[in-house]
Structure formats: C-alpha cells, structure tokens
Design a protein around this ligand. Structure first.
Ligand SMILES: *[C@@H]1O[C@H](CO)[C@@H](O)[C@H](O)[C@H]1NC(C)=O
Ligand SMILES: *[C@@H]1O[C@H](CO)[C@@H](O)[C@H](O)[C@H]1NC(C)=O
Ligand SMILES: *[C@@H]1O[C@H](CO)[C@@H](O)[C@H](O)[C@H]1NC(C)=O
Ligand SMILES: *[C@@H]1O[C@H](CO)[C@@H](O)[C@H](O)[C@H]1NC(C)=O
Ligand SMILES: *[C@@H]1O[C@H](CO)[C@@H](O)[C@H](O)[C@H]1NC(C)=O
Ligand SMILES: *[C@@H]1O[C@H](CO)[C@@H](O)[C@H](O)[C@H]1NC(C)=O
Length: 638
C-alpha cells in the first residue's frame, strides 16, 4: 500500500517536538494521562477496531502492566482514512473525556492534526484475559474505605478522578480495567451473569477466579465470614454493543458463550468490552425450576411462610396467573404469604382509589384456581392516596394472605393509614397490638413517600401466638454507578432505609421488651443487601437472618439480579425464640432463572421458610408430611 498522509491542521505546534510519543506514555500509570491537554506527534499503532465515531489503535507494550498500549482515536476522519490492520502514525491532542459528571474519564486523542498510513495487513494478538492478565475479584478501588468495602457508608467521600491515583491493577478492579483501556483482549469461554441490560449489553466473567459463584453460575453479593468485606465482582465485565453491528444474544444467568474478542473501554459509567462481533450462546442452563422441598406438616406449630414481591400487581395484571401458579406449584401454598407491591383496585390509574380489596381477591382467587382449592384470607391497610411512593396512582402496599385452617389474626381492629399500632398487654398478660393488623409509626419521617410496614399478631390452631412485620423499604433509586467517580459509590436511599430499619427494629424491640421469648418474623423487600451492614444493622443486631438459621450457603442467598450481581434484597429475620428452634429456608428462583426478562412474573424471586412458632418444643409431635392433596382440601388434622 502507498504511504498516504493527511494533515488536518497546521502543525506549527510541533515545530520543536522531535521524539515520537508511545501510547504507553500517553496512557501512563495513573487514571489520567500525564499528557492530557497536550499535542503529541508520531504516535504509531495498528488499527484494531473501528466504529462510527473513531478507531482504536494498539502500539508496543511496555514492561509496566499498568500502562495500556491501546488508545481511542476519536473522529470520523480516522474512521474514513484507515482500516483494521493498518499501521498508522498520528498527531493530535490528548484528552480525558467523560459524558457525565459522575463517570470516569477515558483517555483519547480527541483532535487529530495528522494521520499517516504506513502499511497494512498487520494483526494484533489479543491479550488473553485469565492467562496473560487475571482480573482481581474483590474490591473495585482502594478508595472504597470502610467496614463494608464498596458498600460502605458514608459514601462519595472521595472522587476517584480527583485523586488520580497510581494504578494497582493486581488488587483493584477499576485499576485493572483502566490498565487495559483501549486494548484488544479475549475472554475465553465466558459465562453470562444475568439477562442482558436494556441496551442489550451482557455481564460476563471468564475462566478465572471469581467470588460468590452460585450453583446456577451467577455471582452473588455475600460476606464470607464476619470480618470480610463484601466482594464487588470486578472480575465480571460488561460486553457492550458489537462493533460489527451484530446483536448480543439474549443471555440468562449461567449461560455459556463462545469466546469474545474486543476492545476494553469505559462508557456510560462502566468498563466494558466492545466485542468485534457478537458471541454466541453455546449452552443454556436447565430452565425447569424445582419447587420447594419444604412441604406442610400437620403440626399446628410448624408454619411455612412465603415472601414474594409481586411487582405492581393490580386486579387486571396479566401476571396474576403466573404469580398464583408460582405460589401453588413452586411454593406449595405456604400458610402465610408476605407480599409486597399490591396496587390499589384501579391499578396505576390515578383516580383516588386506595382500597386493594379487588387486587387481593383476584390474587386469592387465582391461587385457589391454580392450587385446586386452597383458600386464602387476606388483610392490608390502605395508604393515603399517593403518599407511599412507587408508581403514581398505584398506591402499592404490603399485605398478608393466610390459610385460615392453619393460622388466624388475633381478633382486633384493623388500623388505618395514619395511626400507629402499639404493642400492648391484654388482661391475660398476652402481648397484642392495639390495631391488628396495623401500620408501624406511619407518620414517622422515615416513611415519607415510602411503604409503611404492616405488623400483625397471630395465633396458631393450637392457640400459640406469634408476631409478624411485613416491610418494603425505599428503593435504591439515585444510586451512582459502582464503577463511577464517587467512592464508595452512592447508595441511593441508604439513609432512608437505615432509618426505616431503625423504626422497624424499635417496634420489634418493644415486643421483645414485654416478652423476650416472643416468636417474631420480619420479612419483605428491604431493597438492601445483608452485606450493607451499615443499613440493616438495627435488624441484624436484634434478630437472626433466617439464612443463617437455616445455614443457606452464602452464594445461594439471592432473590434478584442486577448488573453482574445475584443479590438478596428480600430478607427474612426471626427472633431468638424462633432461631433457637431452627428452621429451613429456600429461595425459589422462578424469576432469576426465567428464559428471558419477558417471561418473568416479577423481578424478584419468592422465598419459603419453614419454622416453629410455639413455645413448647413439640418437635417430636410432628407427623410426617401430609400429602398436598389432603392439605389443599383443608383436611389437616390439628
Ligand atoms: C494524574 O496523574 C499523572 C501521574 O502522576 C499526572 O501526570 C497527571 O498530571 C495527573 N492528572 C491530573 C489532572 O492531576
Ligand atoms: C468463602 O471462603 C472459603 C475459603 O476461603 C471458600 O472456600 C468459599 O468458596 C468462599 N465462599 C464464597 C461464597 O465465596
Ligand atoms: C375492603 O375490605 C374491608 C374488609 O372486608 C372492608 O372493611 C372495606 O370496606 C372494603 N373496602 C372497599 C372499598 O370495598
Ligand atoms: C459526590 O460528591 C461531589 C462533591 O464532592 C458531587 O459533586 C457529586 O455530585 C456527588 N456524586 C454523586 C453521584 O452524588
Ligand atoms: C434507632 O436510632 C436511635 C438514634 O440513633 C438509637 O438511639 C436507637 O438505639 C436505634 N434503635 C435501634 C433499635 O436500632
Ligand atoms: C412435597 O409435595 C409435593 C406435592 O404434593 C410432592 O410432589 C413432593 O414430593 C413433596 N416433597 C417432599 C420433600 O416431601
């Protein structure tokens, strides 16, 4: 090929510049280039990839793994003038670019002054991740200081780009991926960690050490030992839009993909690999989700509790039948259901309706149909119109459904939207609630624009009492990217959840003060990980995580998947009295294991818990499991 040169701007600036600049000099060994803002010339590299807006080139490696040998050249001229495999020499301005304030910078040449094609037909050997370089698998940044690592509070105490530290790629995920910025890499035999995101990008990890890998192949947020900090899964990388305009496949958690080769870059708040072409799915996991093994027993003191965020359910929701089938077939119709996100009878229509009687009736009817006859009663307290957050007009709230042959509410008056139920002692010295069910401290500032918790006092058919609280804490909206500038990353709503956990725990504490051996179950969507101890500490200090009671392996504790993480944001906590009698827990992955996002019934998985709520340790009285047909027809012998 003939040597061609294009000069885009006068090169007066370079009159005194003699030496060619290496790409590794431009990238440097810190987050930002030591040459940012300067004009450089004689940068040589082979074109490894192109998109509409520019190209990537790769030059000689240096001995220092911190300095990347790849570089983004921004500008349509570069795209038009070169093709992949060309060895080119360019001059231009070094820049640090980001599209939004909380992102990290990408080092690039943003203004080309000249470009020379020296020769063509070169190939660049991709760096093989997992062989040539291995991603660290614990924390993202040395700046994520605090007991909970990347989940520590306070957050946003440092801005990574202001510190502009020297890279430590052996230890920290952001440093690792930054040290490969612009380079061509290969991920051999990747596994997908989740469904694609809404842009079709897919989180994967390769054949290298991971933490928290669950049996499905996802990566679960967890703490491994009390002194540990929760790993942030920096060993997973987002596969962005393929550079040849092919489409990424519709992945699922645990799907195995063909090898991926592409360019490491940073975009939309996350390090990514832009694949040269879309990978293929080579293997998918088994889509049949086993039902719970925790069946009913006939003993009145042994209860099965289900917890399920049913995602904006209204009487006309199409997903009612799917949810009802999950409850019947996968959860085997638990004795009590804690549900969240029950909308009012008019759904998201913003018409002043607050009652959810029709919604709950529709759900109970659908379960009856799906189970061949199991009847649930239900209770909830309607919120004030549009005062509890969520979809405008939807008035989501928490609610209970229960099987009246197994348990009943202690007779009492149902509370209203604004009145707090109180823990009181009746004439016989039994603990009960002034409203049953009733909301906990609904006028407390913690619940502004949030769902109020619903407390209930119950009795078993044997007359034993126990207490429950169903919660739905504020969401993580307004969080910053885990791979953004703010360190530790901003955990949106964490202060509200901390305060909500405190108010909930204060109520539980008032039961325990009157009766330290009370059987209490607090469950629901807490929108927070157990690993964010700073937020859930009030509950963790007072109660036991049911997963710990049941010894669920840390990696199998998940009810949700977001980004590269399988995660548990729905929790069940139990009091000492219950914990010491033991219990069993199963997270039933009907939704995180779905074939596609569209086939899910909800964005959360339900959980089933089997426990013992009576004082007497009558465990020896337990009969064998009753057959479900008998149970379904209410023929349990009490
Ligand atoms: C970032 O760090 C590098 C290396 O120490 C330094 O050359 C560069 O000037 C720094 N950038 C800024 C904006 O401080
Ligand atoms: C916890 O650490 C142990 C020992 O280091 C390891 O074998 C186990 O796989 C870890 N668990 C998780 C969930 O990563
Ligand atoms: C909903 O059901 C409750 C309990 O049966 C009842 O008191 C209330 O009047 C009902 N509300 C509406 C709007 O039907
Ligand atoms: C983090 O704090 C800085 C001020 O130090 C602020 O400018 C920035 O917006 C904050 N980031 C987020 C995501 O809230
Ligand atoms: C709730 O917060 C207050 C004020 O910080 C604190 O004194 C109290 O101990 C907390 N209660 C619980 C149950 O964590
Ligand atoms: C639970 O009940 C179901 C449905 O009746 C039955 O198929 C299953 O074998 C039972 N499982 C156990 C562990 O008893």
């Amino acid at each position: 090929m003939m040597k061609r040169t294009a000069v885009f701007a006068a090169s007066l600036l370079f009159a005194s510049a003699a030496l060619a600049t290496q790409i590794t000099d431009i990238q440097g060994i810190s987050f930002q280039s030591p040459l940012a803002g300067q004009f450089v010339q004689g940068i040589t590299g082979v074109v490894t990839a192109k998109d509409r807006y520019g190209i990537w080139i790769q030059g000689d490696h240096s001995d220092d793994p911190r300095a990347s040998s790849g570089l983004r050249i921004y500008g349509g001229a570069a795209t038009r003038f070169t093709k992949v495999g060309d060895l080119i020499s360019i001059s231009g301005r070094v820049a640090e670019y980001r599209s939004a304030a909380n992102n990290l910078f990408l080092t690039e040449i943003d203004y080309l002054t000249s470009i020379t094609s020296v020769s063509s037909g070169h190939t660049v050997k991709p760096l093989v991740l997992g062989v040539d370089r291995i991603p660290p698998n614990n924390q993202l940044s040395s700046l994520d200081v605090g007991h909970d690592g990347w989940l520590s509070i306070p957050n946003n105490v440092t801005l990574l780009e202001s510190v502009n530290g020297t890279l430590r790629p052996e230890q920290y995920g952001l440093d690792f991926w930054e040290s490969l910025e612009g380079q061509l890499v290969t991920v051999k035999s990747p596994t997908a960690a989740n469904f694609p995101d809404r842009f079709g990008s897919v989180w994967v990890y390769g054949d290298w050490p991971t933490t928290g890998k669950n049996a499905r192949g996802g990566l679960t947020i967890h703490i491994n030992g009390t002194d540990d900090v929760p790993p942030a899964h920096p060993e997973a990388i987002l596969i962005g839009r393929p550079l040849d305009a092919t489409r990424n496949p519709k992945t699922v958690m645990g799907a195995k993909l063909g090898d991926i080769t592409g360019i490491v870059t940073y975009q939309y708040g996350t390090y990514s690999i832009l694949p040269l072409t879309a990978p293929e799915i080579v293997e998918v996991p088994d889509f049949s989700v086993p039902p719970t093994s925790l069946n009913s027993t006939s003993h009145p003191c042994e209860l099965r509790i289900g917890d399920y965020n049913v995602e904006n359910m209204s009487p006309r929701s199409h997903h009612i039948t799917k949810i009802a089938a999950h409850i019947a077939q996968h959860l085997h119709t638990p004795d009590i259901l804690f549900v969240q996100e029950i909308q009012d009878d008019s759904g998201s229509r913003n018409d002043g309706t607050v009652s959810a009687n029709k919604t709950l009736r529709a759900l109970a009817d659908a379960i009856k149909k799906a189970s061949g006859g199991v009847q649930y009663d239900f209770a909830n307290v309607a919120p004030e119109d549009n005062k509890d957050g969520g979809q405008p007009g939807g008035n989501i709230r928490v609610a209970y459904l229960w099987r009246p042959e197994k348990v009943s509410l202690i007779p009492g008056v149902t509370g209203d939207a604004v009145t707090s139920t109180k823990v009181v002692v009746d004439d016989d010295g039994n603990v009960e609630f002034s409203y049953n069910p009733g909301r906990i401290d609904p006028m407390h500032a913690a619940w502004e624009e949030a769902r109020k918790p619903l407390a209930a006092a119950w009795q078993t058919a044997s007359g034993d009492r126990f207490y429950t609280v169903n919660v739905h804490f504020s969401s993580k909206r307004d969080s910053s990217s885990a791979q953004g500038d703010a360190r530790p990353p901003v955990n949106g709503g964490s202060e509200r959840r901390m305060s909500q956990a405190n108010v909930t725990a204060t109520f539980v504490d008032s039961i325990l003060t009157l009766s330290s051996s009370a059987s209490i179950i607090v469950a629901g969507d807490m929108n927070e990980y157990a690993a964010t101890r700073a937020v859930l500490r009030p509950l963790q200090a007072l109660l036991h995580d049911a997963n710990d009671v049941a010894d669920v392996p840390p990696a199998e504790r998940y009810t949700y998947a977001y980004d590269q993480h399988a995660q548990e944001i729905d929790h069940i906590f139990v009091s000492d009295a219950i914990a010491k009698r033991g219990g069993e827990v199963e997270h039933v992955h009907v939704n995180t294991w779905a074939r596609s996002v569209g086939e899910r019934a909800s964005d959360h998985d339900p959980t089933v818990l089997r426990l013992w709520v009576c004082d007497a340790d009558g465990k020896t009285d337990v009969d064998g499991p009753v057959d479900e047909l008998g149970a379904d027809h209410g023929q349990i012998v009490l």
